[in-house]
Design a protein around this ligand. Structure first.
Ligand SMILES: NC(=O)c1ccc[n+]([C@@H]2O[C@H](COP(=O)([O-])OP(=O)(O)OC[C@H]3O[C@@H](n4cnc5c(N)ncnc54)[C@H](O)[C@@H]3O)[C@@H](O)[C@H]2O)c1
Ligand SMILES: O=c1ccn([C@@H]2O[C@H](COP(=O)(O)OP(=O)(O)O[C@H]3O[C@H](CO)[C@@H](O)[C@H](O)[C@H]3O)[C@@H](O)[C@H]2O)c(=O)[nH]1
Length: 326
């Protein structure tokens, strides 16, 4: 069985990737410092608790399990926090990733899949966003992810590492079989926040910006189901192992959904009404982001299955009802 080292495997997307890897016949081994993740989300292989900035720890884990590939999810990923505390982001995302890359190089691991983000593009010049669009991040989080993309490409050129940078749009939803879901503390993402509001006694929800140049004035995002994201990682690994060329891939549905449409889906799926409050824009939020994901379709044969916003929100509501509702 081929072993894959999954950093951040106790987190939201990493835990779903471990399930997808196991279903595809790979053996995931998680490395996580549990700063944000949950040990009980690690269900498909061993968990080694430690920090990716600790080289000796990484070397020990690699010697123990001899992974052929790394999927690197461990990071700090709160855009707002990256603006107020960039040091944390440069340390965790840049120093941590460089440390991991060095362990990968020294131990001769062949394949590397990176969690990157559409935040590396900044404000897009044109839509949909293609992989060759200019990358001009507008916050430290996006800047740190772009720095790691560059390091990865340089390691590929110089040392022969095969890599894929997966640029996610908005990860959302939960495992359709109810085994995993989103548990961020604090939560900042629109879908889980709206679900929590819907189930609370005072269901107020702030829409951050209602004067954007969109059909209903709220911002547009491309929500991609976390199980589809997980599947893309397995397909990316299969592609690299089959000799595919290292590259970056947008992972989105290509469908733009406004915040108000998300809230409508939350009301439909929960059967509860939200008290929707119109608020000013959040600093640093682009108006409209959605992907052209043709490249992943063509090269990875990746076709997201859970494309409808009601399906995505419905899976998150189901997870909430069974696991988080008081
Ligand atoms: N959630 C999204 O919409 C989204 C979008 C684009 C990109 N991403 C990227 O996807 C990845 C996973 O995101 P997520 O939403 O699952 O986040 P998450 O916080 O749920 O998971 C990250 C995991 O990494 C662990 N971790 C963090 N720093 C670590 C370190 N130094 N050493 C070891 N473990 C560490 C945390 O404990 C956590 O379990 C991140 O790299 C993020 O930047 C997420
Ligand atoms: O209480 C809230 C929270 C969010 N929003 C809006 O909802 C949209 C989506 O916001 P959020 O769920 O916070 O996601 P993003 O800010 O788009 O960022 C996510 O998606 C990015 C890629 O688009 C990733 O890089 C980030 O890691 C990930 O947090 C934005 O227009 C927000 O202004 C609200 O209106 N009210």
């Amino acid at each position: 069985m081929i072993t894959v080292l999954v950093t951040g495997g106790a987190g939201y997307i990493g835990s779903h990737a471990c399930k997808a890897l196991a279903l595809a016949g790979y053996q995931p081994v998680c490395v996580d410092n549990l700063s944000l993740g949950h040990a009980d989300a690690v269900k498909w292989g061993p968990l080694e608790v430690g920090d990716i900035r600790n080289g000796a720890f990484l070397n020990k884990v690699i010697a123990k399990y001899a992974p052929e590939a790394v999927m690197h999810f461990a990071a700090s990923s709160n855009v707002g926090e990256s603006v107020t505390d960039p040091a944390k982001y440069y340390s965790n995302n840049v120093v941590g990733s460089l440390n991991l890359l060095e362990a990968v190089r020294q131990n001769g691991i062949e394949h590397f899949i990176l969690s990157s983000t559409c935040a590396t593009y900044g404000i897009p010049e044109s839509l949909p966003i293609v992989e060759t669009s200019p990358q001009n991040p507008i916050n430290p989080y996006g800047a740190t992810k772009l720095a790691v993309e560059h390091a990865l490409a340089d390691y590929g050129r110089a040392y022969g590492l095969k890599w894929a940078s997966m640029r996610y749009f908005n990860a959302a939803g939960a495992d359709l079989e109810g085994e995993l879901g989103e548990r961020h503390t604090p939560e900042t993402h629109v879908i889980p926040l709206a679900i929590m509001a819907a189930f609370s006694h005072s269901p107020a929800f702030n829409v951050l910006g209602t004067d954007y140049p969109t059909p209903d004035g709220s911002a547009i995002r491309d929500y991609i189901h976390v199980t589809d994201l997980a599947e893309a990682h397995v397909k990316g690994l299969d592609y690299l192992r089959a000799g595919g060329e290292s590259s970056a891939f947008n992972l989105g549905t290509g469908i733009g959904t406004t915040v108000l449409e998300v809230l409508q889906a939350v009301q439909t799926c929960t059967g509860r009404r939200l008290d929707i409050r119109r608020q000013p824009r959040r600093a640093g939020d682009p108006a409209i982001l959605y992907a052209a994901a043709n490249k992943a379709a063509e090269l990875l044969n990746w076709h997201p299955q859970y494309r409808e916003i009601e399906t995505i929100v419905g899976s998150a509501v189901s997870w909430f009802r069974h696991n988080l509702a008081a």
